[in-house]
Design a protein around this ligand. Structure first.
Ligand SMILES: Cc1cc2nc3c(=O)[nH]c(=O)nc-3n(C[C@H](O)[C@H](O)[C@H](O)COP(=O)(O)OP(=O)(O)OC[C@H]3O[C@@H](n4cnc5c(N)ncnc54)[C@H](O)[C@@H]3O)c2cc1C
Length: 547
């Protein structure tokens, strides 16, 4: 019999390699469980690379009275800043207040006091209130001046969602988890009394299929949860209300912002953001109910127009049109549907964990921000279920709360000074220029010197992938060798995301990227052609709205 990767017997198999699945694999492996994870695409290829990329308390949830969620999120924000300072960084936000806005400036000021206090006054900085048009425009001159009553400044954090997932996966693997991307779970295997004894899986790159034995299965399939419930004949009602959220990426010079801006869309009164992200400005997000298949989600022309029109309401000088849009991304919020009879607008961002007595645990809902706690709670409930079903199982009593993510291991200080020191080292020891060094230490943290050393040996690896962006060729091989990338899309959509920030979305360099990956992974010419076609299709999906 042929043996396949991941076909041993496990305590738990996790379905889905988004932030929740990767976080749960890390938590389970840290606690000494024998764990495997199967993801049908790349890590974070689902919603976890399509978020607003904020690690935040969620100021607007205060309005809905979700105090517990805000408190938990703010406390996690503090943890993430400590264990991953290279990935979770303070970002100032402005809330401009115009004539007639509700809540007004003074009420919002009180709201922000509550927000600061829920963070136990450990926000990166306390909020400040600036009264009057002049003071507001001094902070953000792009804003529409008429009716501008003042502005509030507060702090939350920005992150790189896809990288957060990858670093969780890398750490899970170093702790002994068995992780497999491009491997779909196609069925559940049941034994006596319907007890789950395994999963059927299929390698989507080779077509190989096999069965994996496990005592428990955790479904961490995000927006795919209901599709899985139906496909695997799990006797449960559909759990989710899925809503689509679209972001558009525009050149920084079209809307040069130093801080993120919280906007109330003049189109429909929804809260949205304009965010400086990497070398661009991002506007998002929409929020519309979605009923299609999760694999097909993409922006449409109405989404793009809505975001441009909403931005223009605040920044009339920018005069944004769809022609300004470089790229889009679209994701599905896996929100837990309210029970019958409850108003849909009451749909919460909280997560839920459903433990069944047949070996299956389903986790859905929640936020990127709270992933670590969700993952821990999910593993704890899985262990409790296994104890009820099979008796003794004694995981270690340990949490990820104080465990740095890989790029923060060995940081001299767990704040931005520690990250900046790596940047200085890259310049002094490897002769990198300031922009490349700043980019590399900000993205890779303490793993950046591996890239610096490669460039020191071969200066051509320090050349830019795109003249406008500080990303360099050495990152491509690093993505394949150290960052678990298997395809061109993995590299250009999520590790070095030219798909999101380059004007040509990385199409021009894709063949050279393919050559590097072919060398590392031993691709045939056919493999290379297939991978290039798949990447072109991904770019086309993100541009479908133009048609
Ligand atoms: C527009 C938008 C903006 C957001 N902004 C923020 C934000 O700024 N901050 C924040 O905290 N949260 C934010 N969120 C929420 C956050 O992004 C999600 O809650 C989170 O990413 C969900 O992670 P997940 O692991 O549950 O799902 P996913 O990341 O979707 O992972 C599920 C995975 O399961 C895989 N899968 C499905 N079926 C199978 C199968 N049969 N076999 C193997 N694998 C399978 C899928 O391929 C997918 O990768 C936002 C969400 C959206 C949509």
């Amino acid at each position: 019999m042929t043996s396949h990767p991941g076909d041993g017997a496990y305590d738990v198999v996790i379905v889905g390699g988004g932030i929740v699945g990767a976080g749960a694999a890390r938590d389970a492996a840290l606690r000494g469980l024998k764990v495997a994870l199967f993801e049908k695409g790349d890590y974070a290829s689902g919603t976890s690379s399509k978020s607003s990329k904020l690690v935040h308390g969620g100021l607007r949830y205060l309005e809905h009275g979700e105090i517990a969620l805000v408190f938990e999120s703010l406390s996690e924000r503090g943890v993430q800043m400590r264990v991953a300072p290279h990935l979770v960084r303070p970002l100032p936000f402005l809330i401009p207040i115009f004539e007639g806005n509700k809540p007004g400036l003074e009420l919002m000021n009180i709201g922000l006091w509550i927000y600061d206090s829920l963070a136990l006054f450990r926000a990166p900085k306390f909020h400040r209130t600036f009264r009057g048009t002049r003071a507001a425009l001094e902070l953000e001159p792009q804003l529409r001046p008429d009716g501008l009553k003042g502005i509030l400044e507060y702090y939350d954090c920005a992150t790189d969602d896809a990288r957060l997932v990858v670093e969780n996966a890398i750490d899970a693997r170093s702790l002994g988890a068995d992780l497999h991307t491009y491997t779909e779970v196609t069925g559940l295997v049941r034994g006596a009394h319907g007890r789950i004894t395994g999963v059927e899986v299929k390698d989507l790159l080779t077509g190989a299929a096999w069965t994996v034995n496990t005592r428990a299965v955790v479904l961490a399939a995000g927006a795919w949860t209901d599709e899985m419930i139906q496909r695997f004949d799990i006797p449960m009602r559909p759990l989710l209300r899925r809503t689509k959220g679209v972001h558009v990426v525009i050149p920084r010079e079209r809307l040069p912002l130093a801080r993120a801006i919280t906007l109330i869309s003049p189109v429909d009164g929804r809260v949205m953001f304009a965010i400086p992200w990497r070398e661009r400005t991002v506007l998002g997000t929409t929020d519309t109910d979605f009923t299609g298949t999760a694999d097909e989600v993409c922006a449409d022309a109405a989404d793009v127009k809505y975001l441009c029109d909403s931005g223009n309401g605040y920044f009339p000088g920018a005069d944004l049109t769809p022609d300004d849009v470089i790229a889009t991304w679209a994701g599905l919020r896996p929100l837990i549907a309210p029970n019958e009879g409850v108003d849909e607008s009451e749909t919460s961002r909280e997560h839920e964990i459903f433990t069944r007595n047949d070996g299956l645990v389903i986790i859905a809902g929640g936020k990127l921000t709270t992933y670590r706690r969700m993952a821990h709670e999910c593993v704890t409930k899985t262990v409790a279920m296994l104890r009820d079903l099979d008796g003794a199982i004694e995981p270690k009593k340990i949490t990820t709360k104080d465990r740095p993510l890989p790029g923060a291991v060995g940081l001299a200080s767990t704040d931005l000074d520690g990250v900046a020191a790596i940047g200085r080292r890259l310049m002094e020891e490897h002769g990198l220029d300031v922009e490349t060094a700043t980019h590399l230490c900000g993205v890779y943290g303490t793993r950046a010197p591996v890239i610096g050393a490669a460039i020191a040996l071969d200066r051509t690896l320090g050349e830019r992938l795109d003249p406008e962006l500080p990303y360099v060729w050495a990152e491509i091989e690093f993505a394949a060798r150290h960052d678990l990338a298997r395809t061109i899309e993995d590299v250009l959509a999520r590790r070095v995301p030219l798909l999101l920030v380059a004007r040509d979305q990385g199409l021009a360099i894709a063949p050279r990227v393919a050559d590097i990956l072919a060398r590392v992974h031993g691709w045939t010419d056919d493999d290379t052609t297939r991978m290039l076609t798949a990447y072109a299709a991904e770019v086309a999906l993100s541009r479908r709205w133009r048609a």
